[in-house]
Write a protein that binds this ligand. Sequence first.
Ligand SMILES: Cc1ncc(C[n+]2csc(CCOP(=O)(O)OP(=O)(O)O)c2C)c(N)n1
Ligand SMILES: [Mg+2]
Length: 570
Amino acid sequence: MSKKVADIIVETLQNAGVRHCYGIVGDTLNLIARSLERSEIEWVSVRHEEAGAFAAQAEAQVTGHLTAVAGSCGPGSLHFINGLFEANRNRAPVILIASQIVRDELGFDFIQEVDFKQVYQSCSVFCDMIYTAEQARRKTTVACQTALAKRGVAVLIVPADVSASTVHDDVPYAVHVADPVIRPSHTDLEQIAEILNEGKRIAVYGGSGCHGAHAEVLAVAEKLKAPIAHTSRAKDFLEHDNPYNIGMTGMLGNEAGYHALLNCDTLLMLGADFAWRQFYPDKAKIVQVDIDATHLGRRHPVTKGVVGGVKETLEALLPRLNERSDSSFRDEYLKRYARYKEADKVKIAAGREGSIPGSYLTKVISQHAAKDALFTADDGTPAAWAYRHIEANGQRRIFASLLHGTMANGMPSSIGLQKSQPDRQVICLAGDGGISMLFGDLMTIVQQELPIKIAVFDNGKLGFVEIEQKAEGMLDTFTKLKNPNFAEVARALGLWGQTVSTADQLENVVKVWLAEPGPALLHVHVNPMQLVMPPFTAVEPAVAMALYSTRAILHGRGGDVWEMVKENFL
Ligand SMILES: Cc1ncc(C[n+]2csc(CCOP(=O)(O)OP(=O)(O)O)c2C)c(N)n1
Ligand SMILES: [Mg+2]
């Protein structure tokens, strides 16, 4: 049977599980757009392709399904890049249909010619062109298969003359979505059991690989009398219903999680690939379990690394572990964690003179959000507050740019979450810097009639960077933002919009905002002087802060120092 290549591509995507395709149409993409229109895949027009890529990766993460983006040649398909880095790092199966100028002009610096193969190599697991019409089905199938199997981005470059061609299409290449069970060999299991059975102060450190393994992680921790610390990405999976939880380590962590990992004599790392080496113990024996063999020992040397899914590995490991009776190590850190949580309850409150700290705003939102709400948080202070103050319950999820660390991830990611989960509440915690960066896609939210709830944490600055600068003893440099009234702008765009500046009104306004049936933007003037405090008191940052204070006072900005001290230390 003869078929148009554009139809073959779209049919293959549909059969591979694609439900939405985000993008902007144009020239070389038009034929594929026509095929998409006739398919069951829903096209979602965005205003900036980067937003489409963020949306697609969030959808792919929450559903596990392959999700598509598509662009016109040159700048159109180039604009996806930052969102595709985000997707690839998050192991989100996303396919970009990068339409291309006709083959006959490739290599002559034709108008809009971009070598996508070179551009997208470093943020993809598959990146290739359909060279001939005859290879269309096979190449599209392999692109989809690779994105799903390797959990990442596939970039399929499609010259316009190829998508317009007609070919015989009678070989049934098709995508297989597999779900294998992977666990270590018996020898590997014996070896890690031996190390764990010798431990006296054992800690478990769970990462996002613990998704779906809550019961098994708790069972192992119970047997080993180990407290459970987790990475930020594992918060959704391990924080809830966990009597052994001691929270996170790292800059966003707390002192219990931080010290337990440094003071244990045996560390069991489960699906955790935490990048910051200084938070690993230097003297402990480390056992690492990861589904990806390339992760073993790449952050910090480990005693024994094994390959397997966390759930399957722990199921097989459990009978090999001796039940310990001494729980003193775990008890100590559980006590320290409880103390931290208790202090936090009091500390996270309205600021002085009715100001609203970002942490308090987040806590209030968490209190009133739905039980199964999906949150996105912009890189910057919103992500820090989200991981510290959104309460996990096993149903909620938080999506932030933890691995790529990009601004502006929040609002566009919420588009993909709401498109794929129309019945769930989707809440975006946005920075004033972050929301401005892809502001145009608020119009996508309106056009698509998505009831997303956006809170803009307006501190009038690139706050997180200012904190970094202060921690280096610098005065704030190039961080100021002159903002509009975001609520007014939101209303002009067709969203519900309101501004809140004082803590006494906050709770009521948050309730009204969350109850709005349509898209709603809450513009909150948050305390501009709030710092994100690390879980330790190191001499270095303290000295840098002192330097900052001295400089600020010398530059006639003693008021800033006083505001900072009042908000954070008094
Ligand atoms: C695309 C991009 N540009 C720059 C940065 C560096 N950066 C990280 S956080 C941040 C400030 C974010 O400001 P805002 O969104 O207002 O959040 P705040 O920290 O003020 O709450 C910047 C500039 C980045 N991570 N990504
Ligand atoms: Mg800001």
